[in-house]
Design a protein around this ligand. Structure first.
Ligand SMILES: [Fe+2]
Length: 511
């Protein structure tokens, strides 16, 4: 049976079976089907290709059957007069009634609209798009965002993001936080205590995804996503949690499962136990290759932790000479090789979407080896960072732009072949975006140390928002978009700074 015929058959069944459905006990106990919020977490799309995209939703509400057929359709127009593809997926309780539909055979480089239907209800309509064909020239408008801790702010940034004219959103980690509400809480979280079980992770995603502004940003454009630590637990590394939890493997499996269940990843990415591959690549026509990295799952544990703990520390080379051990890796050797072998020397741009600040950041004057190193970020894996930089130089890769998050601050940096040598050439450019809501240091602390890190062209810890970019074959134009007040859901937004990077000349220039 063709997909289209199957959809029509299912539709007929639903219409004819209406009386039987109304008699079902889960409806008798919960009211009429139309009153139940079956799409309360919204819809989303992701992983756009030239011929397809992933469509996501998760059914919600009381007394869902173990297995629920969900119809989806994707159209060339907002009114759904020209259907491009349709089909059916089973939403299963074992996977939180999530739906990951994968329409294929779409046309490259165009917009589509999609929606779902299940249990007598229709979802909101989402807009998405395909990537340009690999051999066609095209521009790319995109934004990066990260760190959307729910209880410490409101999502005005997402409301503004949904109004931008973008092709893609790249979310670079900390989609949820595992913490209970703290003293800075401005809106309530479900539950109490630290999130560790599958049910708790699911509930935490549901809380974050209940926000209408976040739902609007998902419904507007496709997303690419990588995770950071808080999707599992603060500062975790590979199979080690910060508290050296004895059952961390089971916790990571639960966390990865909930991550897949709530985001637009394809079925092929569904985790197996504590493993899920998010590393990937997307070519945007002849313009750019986008590399999506995972610096959590495969890393060596952080060096020189605090006593009887895992996780991060801030150290010096003198107190922690292990920092220079060349055997340690942040990406894992396999992913390191994958990246080094996958640089694109034909397209003008290589965009590296990853979790954290890549540029050197010292809290003290780094002269004579006296600088500080935060062991959870790239500074804690400096020889691995050097190998990555060496691969850029050796392969003569132009237009490398590193995109990051994690540090809840806007940093724009010239990435130097050797950060300890001010005369060293700039080999790539970094745009590390601030948090949507998550809190950071006072700006006075950053102002006091920017001079120790002269490759940083911009550093602001007192800004919440996102960065937006316009990319063409010659130039990247960046805007630092900052909300007036992240505690106010109605907050305005402004552009706090503008930078450009030329494809032929690495480095960021304020404009
Ligand atoms: Fe964060």
């Amino acid at each position: 049976m063709s997909v289209a015929t199957r959809f029509a058959a299912r539709r007929t069944l639903l219409l004819r079976g209406g009386a039987a459905l109304i008699a079902a006990p889960w409806l008798l106990s919960s009211g009429r089907a139309a009153d139940l919020p079956r799409f309360a977490l919204g819809i989303a799309s992701g992983q756009p290709r030239a011929d397809g995209v992933v469509l996501w939703t998760r059914l919600t509400g009381p007394a869902l059957p173990d297995s629920v057929p969900v119809q989806w359709e994707i159209a060339r127009d907002e009114g759904f007069r020209e259907i491009a593809a349709r089909g059916e997926e089973l939403a299963e309780a074992a996977w939180a009634h999530s739906v990951h539909a994968e329409p294929a055979g779409l046309a490259p480089n165009r917009w589509y609209w999609y929606r779902f239907r299940a249990l007598g209800q229709q979802s909101p309509v989402g807009r998405t798009r395909t990537a340009p064909a690999a051999d066609s020239a095209s521009a790319l408008n995109f934004a990066i965002a990260s760190c959307q801790r729910f209880d410490v702010g409101h999502y005005a940034a997402w409301r503004h993001m949904a109004a931008e004219e973008l092709d893609l959103v790249m979310f670079l980690g900390d989609y949820i936080y595992e913490y209970p509400s703290g003293k800075n809480s401005v809106r309530p979280l479900e539950g109490t205590g630290i999130v560790r079980t599958l049910e708790q992770y699911r509930a935490r995603y549901a809380t974050h995804k209940s926000d209408p502004a976040l739902q609007a940003a998902h419904a507007r454009v496709p997303w690419l996503l990588v995770w950071d630590d808080h999707e599992v637990g603060n500062d975790y590394a590979n199979l080690q949690g910060q508290e050296l939890e004895p059952d961390f493997r089971a916790q990571r499996a639960a966390a990865y499962q909930a991550y897949w269940e709530h985001l637009p990843f394809p079925k092929a990415a569904r985790p197996r136990g504590p493993d899920m591959r998010i590393t990937g690549r997307l070519d945007w026509g002849t313009l750019a290759r986008i590399h999506l990295l995972d610096d959590r799952q495969y890393r060596d544990t952080q060096v020189c932790p605090k006593p009887n703990r895992g996780g991060s520390n801030t150290v010096t080379l003198k107190s922690c000479p292990e920092l220079l051990d060349p055997k340690r890796t942040l990406l894992g050797l396999e992913q390191e090789r994958w990246l080094a072998d996958g640089w694109d020397t034909a397209r003008p741009w290589n965009l590296v979407a990853q979790q954290t600040l890549m540029a050197r950041f010292s809290w003290t004057d780094a002269a004579n080896g006296a600088g500080t190193y935060w062991t959870d970020g790239w500074d804690g894996y400096a020889p691995a960072r050097q190998r990555l930089f060496d691969s850029i130089v050796q392969r003569k890769v132009g237009g490398v732009v590193v995109l990051g998050g994690d540090v809840h601050s806007n940093y724009i940096a010239d990435l130097k072949r050797d950060f300890d040598d001010p005369a060293s050439p700039t080999i790539a450019t970094e745009y590390c975006g601030t948090s949507i809501t998550s809190l950071s240091f006072p700006q006075s602390r950053i102002d006091a140390v920017l001079g120790f890190n002269p490759h940083l062209r911009y550093g602001r810890s007192d800004q919440r928002g996102y960065m937006r970019f316009a990319l063409d074959a010659k130039q990247l134009q960046a805007q630092v978009r900052v909300v007036d007040n992240a505690l106010d859901p109605a907050s305005g937004i402004a552009t706090a700074a503008r930078f450009t990077t030329e494809a032929s000349r690495p480095g960021a220039v304020a404009t």
